[in-house]
Every structure is written in structure tokens, then in C-alpha cells.
Design a binder for this molecule. Structure first.
Ligand SMILES: Cc1cc2nc3c(=O)[nH]c(=O)nc-3n(C[C@H](O)[C@H](O)[C@H](O)COP(=O)(O)OP(=O)(O)OC[C@H]3O[C@@H](n4cnc5c(N)ncnc54)[C@H](O)[C@@H]3O)c2cc1C
Length: 362
């Protein structure tokens, strides 16, 4: 048999993903926006309107957070307050559904011909003002490099759930997100939390045949519960249709039980599923890795409130992350205006963009 001779190095096929030595021409932009939520989209639209080339990168689908909200969710905001880029959003009823919002934001992305890379996770941002380098990984673990003069971080808060930190939280019967009621028909479900998500989830599960116990550390449901949801949940609890334990917490979760800590002592309940809906928080580690400083108490990114430029020159923060851990201060209604502030500041710094972009620019 003929002995195997090794291939010359230049003939060895490339099978492993490698970092690109040079960013591709289309991976260059004036402004790279991390996160294709409503805020990230609004930022891209405004900088594009100012004549700059914008690129948006998201680790999931377009408006990934909204896509993952409960399937039949209705916004508390009327449609005109969710509008971006001055594109009208009209709905048949007073409040838009999640499906209508998904439709709207898809249409807006198409209307403005936004450059968006979906399913790419931004891992690192290096370099400096005017010459940033951004590295992403895609679903196949391939690495991609981008270059940009300015960066906008609009990464939201919905990816990281606040943990209740009790034994058993890692069981696969415990969820931090709620989608729809059907799988929980005729089962014993505990819902942890006292705000909107907990109230609406408890009601939806109960209406679709689950036996629901609500557990909240406060003395009653939170004041922020929507005014039209509040009487509904209060009345279901008063009527004993939804069991509720206030000033209580979950102590332990087992395969077919939970143990509660209540004012009258420990309570052992039969249980099939737990929804721990105790809020979400921004990815502080990612913000720190970029060099953004966070305030010690509320983890707010240090930034100029006039233009949202962070302590790292050339890197802006936008949307709900601006509020740090106070995620109820900024929502789509007010975060959507961050794009205009940032675009005005970038125009001031970079001068006028190409007024014909994106019509004749690539
Ligand atoms: C159930 C529910 C109902 C709500 N109802 C309303 C309402 O009626 N009205 C209202 O105004 N607000 C409402 N909100 C709040 C609102 O949805 C959020 O405040 C809003 O989505 C924040 O927008 P954002 O663009 O800042 O962040 P997000 O919408 O969370 O977008 C952030 C994006 O960044 C992406 N991302 C994160 N990290 C990376 C990374 N490293 N690389 C690439 N991409 C990344 C995420 O995938 C995501 O798509 C509601 C929230 C919830 C949970």
C-alpha cells in the first residue's frame, strides 16, 4: 500500500470557523446598534435618517423580547405610543396585541430597509471612538467581525430572569417565562410574584383549567398591576378561585411538591409546575465588558442624559438598560425617543451624513 504523504499546508481545507482577518466591506457601518428591539430599531432609523449607515445585530429574531412575551398578550399602551420612525400604528381595538406589534415592527424594518443581522450574538466590542471592532457568533458558532465608528447598545432586559434562589429552582418544571395556558390544564401550578406578569399569568391559567396558587412576599398585589386587571385578580382571590399567600415565599421546590414559608408557618403543597415571575434584569456583565460603568445602587450605566453617550466615548446606551435595575421606568413608550437624541449627537460629532443614504449607498 502506498504510504500517506501529508498535504502541503496551503492545500489543507479550512474546516474550522476562523476570525476574519479583515471585516467584509458590507460589515462596515457608521453606527452599529446591538439589539433589534423597538429601541434599537428606532436608533437605526434615526441615524439612517441623518444620513449615516446603520447596522443592527440581534442574537434572536426581530423584536426578540416581544416575540417571547405571552402568546396572547395585549399591550397596556395604545398603539400610537409604540410607534417608531413616525410610521403610524393602527389597531382594531384600543390596545395592540403582541401579534399586531410583531407585524408592525416587521413592516417598519422593511419600510426603512434597515440592515439587520439576526441570530448573531454580539460577544465583544473593542477599539475606540471612530474605530470600533465588534465580534459576533452565529447559530453555527461561526465568528463574524464588524467595524463601526459609533456603537449603540440597546440590549434590553428580558433575557435574564431574576432568580428566586431556592433549592429546586433548576428543575425543568420551573419557568421564568409564560407563553400559554393549555399544557397546564388540570395541574397544580404555583405562580410567584405580585406584579402584572404574575397577575395575568395566574388569571390565564385559572381560566384555562389549572389549579392556581399565587405566592407573593408583599401584603397584597403590587400597586402597578394594570387598573383593569387588578379587580379581576382581587375578586378571584376573594372568591377562593385562586389561592393566594401574601407575605409568603417559596422555600423549596421538589419533583411533585413545593414548600412555602407563610406567616402561619411552613406549608407543603402538591405541585406540578412553578412560574417564578419575579422580574428580569439587563446583562450587566456585557455592559461592563464593554467598559461601561454602572452606578453602585441601581446599576444604571453612566451616561450623559442629554445624548446618552456612556463613559466610553462613542458608545451610547439606549432603551430600558438606561434605567439599570429600575426596569419599570423606561418602556417602549419613552425609550423609543432615545434614537433621536443619539442621532442628533452623532450628527454633531461626525458632521452631516450622506443625505442620499440609503438610496444610493451600500
Ligand atoms: C409582558 C410585558 C408587557 C409589556 N407591555 C408593554 C407595553 O404595553 N408598553 C410598553 O411601552 N412597554 C411594555 N413592556 C416593556 C417593553 O416591552 C420593554 O421596555 C421594551 O421591549 C424595551 O425595549 P428595548 O429595545 O430597550 O429592549 P428589548 O425589546 O428587550 O430589545 C433588546 C434586544 O437586544 C437583543 N440582545 C440582547 N443582548 C444582545 C447581544 N449581546 N447581542 C445581540 N443582541 C442582543 C435581544 O435579543 C433583544 O431583541 C412590556 C414588557 C413585558 C415583559
Amino acid at each position: 500500500m502506498k504510504p500517506l504523504t501529508p498535504l502541503p499546508v496551503e492545500q489543507i481545507p479550512e474546516t474550522l470557523p476562523r476570525t476574519q482577518a479583515h471585516a467584509r466591506p458590507d460589515s462596515w457601518s457608521d453606527v452599529l446598534v446591538v439589539g433589534a428591539g423597538p429601541t434599537g430599531m428606532a436608533c437605526a432609523i434615526e441615524v439612517q435618517k441623518a444620513g449615516f449607515k446603520a447596522l443592527v445585530i440581534d442574537k434572536g429574531c426581530l423584536v426578540n423580547s416581544i416575540y417571547h412575551y405571552p402568546t396572547n398578550m395585549v399591550f397596556f399602551t395604545t398603539p400610537e405610543l409604540l410607534e417608531i420612525g413616525d410610521i403610524p400604528f393602527t389597531t382594531a381595538l384600543a390596545k395592540p396585541t403582541r401579534l399586531e406589534a410583531l407585524e408592525y415592527y416587521r413592516r417598519v424594518a422593511e419600510h426603512f430597509h434597515l440592515h439587520i443581522r439576526l441570530y448573531e450574538w454580539v460577544k465583544t466590542i473593542t477599539g475606540e471612538d471612530g474605530e470600533f471592532r465588534v465580534t459576533t457568533t452565529d447559530r453555527h458558532s461561526a465568528i463574524h467581525d464588524y467595524r463601526a465608528r459609533k456603537i449603540v447598545v440597546a440590549t434590553g432586559y428580558y433575557d435574564l430572569a431574576n432568580q428566586i434562589e431556592v433549592p429546586g429552582e433548576d428543575l425543568d418544571k420551573v419557568f421564568h417565562y409564560y407563553r400559554e395556558p393549555h399544557p397546564y390544564f388540570d395541574t397544580d401550578v404555583v405562580v410567584v410574584g405580585g406584579k402584572n406578569s404574575a397577575a395575568e399569568t395566574a388569571l390565564d391559567l385559572w381560566r384555562h383549567g389549572a389549579r392556581v396558587t399565587l405566592v407573593h412576599r408583599g401584603a397584597q398585589m403590587h400597586d402597578h398591576v394594570k387598573y383593569w386587571v387588578r379587580p379581576d385578580i382581587d375578586n378571584r382571590i376573594k372568591a377562593g378561585e385562586i389561592a393566594a399567600h401574601f407575605k409568603s415565599s417559596v422555600q423549596e421546590i421538589g419533583g411533585d411538591y413545593v414548600v412555602l414559608h407563610t406567616p402561619s408557618g411552613p406549608l407543603h403543597l402538591k405541585n406540578d409546575f412553578v412560574f417564578a415571575l419575579t422580574g428580569y434584569h439587563p446583562d450587566y456583565d456585557f455592559l461592563r465588558s464593554v467598559g461601561i460603568e454602572l452606578s453602585s445602587e441601581q446599576m444604571r450605566p453612566v451616561c450623559d442624559p442629554e445624548n446618552l453617550e456612556s463613559n466610553v466615548p462613542g458608545i451610547y446606551v439606549a432603551g430600558v438598560i438606561v434605567a439599570g435595575s429600575r426596569t419599570n421606568e423606561i418602556f417602549i413608550e419613552n425609550g423609543r425617543f432615545h434614537g433621536k437624541l443619539i442621532a442628533a449627537h452623532i450628527s454633531e460629532k461626525l458632521g452631516r451624513g450622506n443625505p442620499n443614504f440609503p438610496l444610493d449607498a451600500t
